[in-house]
Write a protein of this length. Structure first.
Length: 725
């Protein structure tokens, strides 16, 4: 046991709200921050020594809790997430993405807890250790839950648990404990195994990276492409879209660039005629609803920058800061608070120096100022400013020499807006492509560029092949057929014909415009197209031939791990928008609702107040045409049985997140078997396994919402229902 004189601390423990944040759910980000802030203030008031944010399965909710902790206390903050067997959070983030965001926002430790045992979490832990420069936490379950004779137990012993965790301590884990299924005996064994171990020293990783809600993009050896098309400069159609608040056009520009292979999307909506603060926030949130690419927040308005950074789900790239004192004083506090990789322009109050020495001096001044704010060199990426050679034939050389020095001598990453070099010249693509190649050879880390430029993309893929960054020249071979000049496509962004990731559906020629809108999660577009189709098509045919096939495509992608939960939910929301138009039309026409294919009762079982999983299942079932009766959360067995009998429901879905509520699920199934023997029961939840489901008498264990939908379809088809072949 621990010695009695060992120093002890009291932690304020903060868990998830149990709700999904917008756009996936109905909880606004700022409302989530307010809920967590109230808890933090109480913890501070009553003397907590530190804050432990744990069991978070969504990166956005994690950010809300961490922001609340930082804004309402000066206590150390530890952050731990619940990862699934695929090494990702429920909403898609991997461990590296969480390191990028959480470490960027100033958390004092990061880790994994709950959901799985130490062996199953070892891959996540090793990923955290490889990327984090702060201590790593591990609080696993006592293995996986099982049921026997009506009792729940976990499948590894206290000694096995301690042995597994101690092995990860040897690899560098600094904070350990136990979650579900662990008892004092587990912790005693763990202490005995680890109390004399020498902690592994924490090494700064110095990784420059940005992240979205799913993954991180690292600035390492391979060059990064930043798509420049979401920007009104020189784009009449884009300006029109901003003035008219045509969000669908903006989303189209983003999705088309993603399809072309960019790694990051630049987002600039600055226009005198609009409210940039509100528009930038809207653009950031809407883009993150349809693409998982990291975003570069591009604005000179500090208020717009903070609003966007606050709402951004991940660690953003920030464009930009410069050597002017007022710029650094406005931007660096935001970088420090919200995290980010900030683009630093080598200009100051005197303008842009026309010498290499002048630009280097500004870079060094920016680095010194950033250090004063506690911002590390790895989070500064320098833009040495490409100037047009049409007015100064030597300007490109100054830019390249400055870039080379900053990369090789100062050890910082670099970025350029490449196309500026050719302004005022004919056949600009030829100049841009060659300048891009020269910049890459001089150490360029990232280019803000037009991914529809044949010359730029040709340079990118040939450079990678020649530099040994393209195994067997596979990427070059795949892209070579595209290196043929084509007609300009600048105004194609409003269309949906090429906005779908081919990983989801490679045969896009056979997919209709409505299906594309649903697949890409574009709610407004889906509603508009459905409204138009109702002029010439029967409502039922639209459901059968358009909506359901589109959902099936995304559902298949989800089942094959090609897409993540947010994309699945946004597609469901787009389908919901289409369904609403159909329902409105049928109500006006006095027709019965022909979209329902069967009735399903769902509930979270007695004692369990979590309903995220149940709500996701409800949304998907409804969008597949099922009539869903949602009884809510913490529902007694008797209430579920009574409603099932009253409706003569053929299928009941039960959800449980906590091991302590599984007995209530078992009791509910027992009563259903007695009073509604015709009814099938599907169960799901984080604590359940196939073996567990079998033992409590369920007909089906669904590992996720899509599997519930598939099972419901099979049940209804067996009853003679079903809407499509």
């Amino acid at each position: 046991m621990q010695a009695s004189n060992t120093q002890k601390f009291i932690a304020l423990d903060i868990g998830p709200t149990g709700k999904l944040l917008k756009p996936l759910g109905d909880l606004d980000f700022e409302d989530a921050v307010a809920v967590f802030a109230e808890t933090v203030k109480l913890g501070v008031k009553y003397g907590a020594d530190l804050i432990f944010i744990e069991t978070m399965n969504d990166s956005y909710e994690t950010k809300a809790a961490l922001l609340a902790a930082k804004e309402n206390s000066d206590l150390p903050v530890l952050v731990s997430n619940a990862y699934g067997e695929d090494g990702k959070l429920m909403t898609g983030a991997n461990a590296t993405a969480m390191v990028a965001m959480v470490e960027g926002m100033g958390a004092d430790a990061i880790g994994a807890n709950c959901s799985l045992g130490p062996k199953q979490l070892s891959g996540v832990v090793e990923e955290l250790l490889a990327n984090a420069s702060i201590p790593v936490i591990l609080k696993p379950n006592a293995g996986l839950p099982k049921a026997e004779n009506g009792k729940t137990f976990f499948d590894i012993t206290p000694d096995e648990f301690a042995q597994e965790v101690a092995g990860l301590v040897e690899k560098g884990v600094r904070v350990v404990g136990g979650c579900c299924g662990t008892t004092p005996e587990y912790i005693q064994n763990l202490y005995a195994k680890t109390n004399k171990m020498t902690p592994v020293a924490i090494q700064p990783k110095n990784i420059a990276m940005v992240s979205s809600y799913t993954h991180a993009v690292k600035f390492e050896k391979e060059p990064i492409l930043i798509g420049e098309r979401i920007n009104p400069t020189g784009k009449k159609r884009f300006k029109q879209a901003l003035i008219e608040r045509d969000i669908d056009y903006i989303l189209g520009e983003g999705l088309r660039q993603e399809e072309k292979g960019v790694h990051i999307l630049d987002v600039n909506v600055g226009l005198p005629d609009i409210d940039e603060v509100e528009m930038l926030k809207t653009a950031i949130c809407e883009l993150q609803a349809v693409t998982d690419l990291p975003l570069q927040i591009d604005t000179s308005d500090a208020k717009a920058m903070e609003t966007a950074l606050r709402r951004y789900n991940g660690k953003a790239m920030i464009n930009s800061v410069n050597g002017k004192q007022e710029s650094m004083e406005a931007v660096f506090p935001l970088v420090k608070k919200y995290g980010g990789l900030v683009v630093a322009l080598t200009l100051d109050e005197s303008g842009i120096p026309d010498t290499v020495q002048g630009r280097i001096a500004i870079a060094e001044k920016i680095l010194a100022a950033a250090e004063g704010y506690g911002i590390e060199k790895k989070d500064i990426i320098f833009d040495t400013l490409a100037m047009t050679i049409s007015s100064d034939i030597h300007s490109a050389k100054v830019t390249l020499d400055s870039l080379h020095y900053i990369k090789e001598t100062l050890g910082c990453h670099t970025s350029l807006g490449v196309s500026n070099v050719s302004f005022g010249l004919p056949n600009r693509d030829a100049i841009n492509g060659t300048f891009f190649a020269l910049a890459l050879e001089n150490g360029l880390s990232a280019a803000i560029m037009n991914p529809f430029s044949v010359e730029m993309m040709k340079t990118f893929y040939t450079y990678k092949a020649l530099k040994g960054m393209d195994e067997n020249c596979a990427q070059y071979i795949e892209k070579a057929s595209e290196f043929i000049p084509a007609a300009p496509v600048a105004n194609a962004g409003g269309g949906a014909s090429s906005q779908i990731d081919s990983r989801i559906e490679p045969n896009m020629n056979t997919v209709s415009e409505l299906q594309k809108a649903i697949i890409s999660g574009r709610k407004e577009k889906a509603g508009e197209l459905t409204q138009s189709m109702l002029q010439t098509n029967e409502p039922l045919s639209i459901v059968q031939n358009e909506i359901i096939p589109a959902l099936d495509i995304v559902g298949k992608g989800y089942e094959e791990k090609k897409v993540y939960l947010p994309q699945l939910l946004m597609s469901a929301e787009a389908a919901k928008s289409a369904f609403e138009k159909i329902k409105d039309y049928m109500a006006v026409c006095g027709k019965e609702n022909a979209t329902e294919k069967g009735l399903v009762v769902i509930a979270t079982v007695h004692g369990d107040i979590h309903d995220i999983g149940k709500n996701i299942v409800k949304l998907l079932l409804e969008n597949y045409g099922f009539d869903v009766k949602d009884l809510g959360k913490d529902v007694p067995p008797e209430a579920i049985v009574e409603r099932t009998v009253e409706l003569h429901a053929p299928l009941v879905g039960l959800s449980a997140l906590m091991t302590t509520t599984v007995p209530a699920m078992e009791e509910t199934i027992r009563q259903l078997r007695e009073k509604a023997p015709w009814c099938k029961v599907v169960v799901g939840g984080a604590v359940l396994t196939q073996e567990y489901a079998d033992k409590i008498g369920a007909d089906k264990y669904a590992k996720d919402a899509m599997e519930t939908v598939r099972y419901a379809e099979s049940i209804m088809e067996g009853l003679g229902g079903g809407m499509h072949e």
